[in-house]
Write a protein of this length. Structure first.
Length: 120
């Protein structure tokens, strides 16, 4: 986990899966950045900005949070004469995304199990 309290064991029946959600990763924009970057392996800043419908400044702030947490690497360079910024996931970023998805799956399973027992 990258922020907040230590993550409880996801299999511990006493801990609710929501307690393990990572605030750095779980925030909507940052989860989107991690997910898109995971899918693309290396993604250009402008593509992220368009896909997530953000201003450049807003995206830059979120990328700064993820970079500070060690979840992404930012590479600046040129494509022709135009400056470009590319984003890639670090191994820690891949792990954090997988952990977050696992927690979300646990939450979904709890809701679906509860819904099916209430219907029956």
């Amino acid at each position: 986990m990258t922020g907040g309290a230590a993550s409880p064991d996801p299999d511990a029946s006493s801990a609710h899966p929501v307690t393990g959600l990572d605030d750095v990763v779980h925030q909507r924009v940052r989860l989107g950045v991690l997910t898109i970057t995971h899918e693309a392996r290396r993604v250009e800043f402008g593509y992220l900005r368009t896909q997530l419908e953000l201003t450049a400044g807003n995206l830059s702030q979120h990328l700064g949070v993820l970079e500070s947490a060690g979840l992404i690497e930012i590479e600046k360079g040129y494509a022709g004469r135009r400056g470009r910024t590319w984003v890639t996931l670090t191994p820690a970023g891949r792990t954090a995304l997988a952990d977050e998805i696992g927690r979300l799956k646990l939450l979904i399973a709890r809701v679906e199990t509860n819904d099916s027992t209430m219907e029956g």
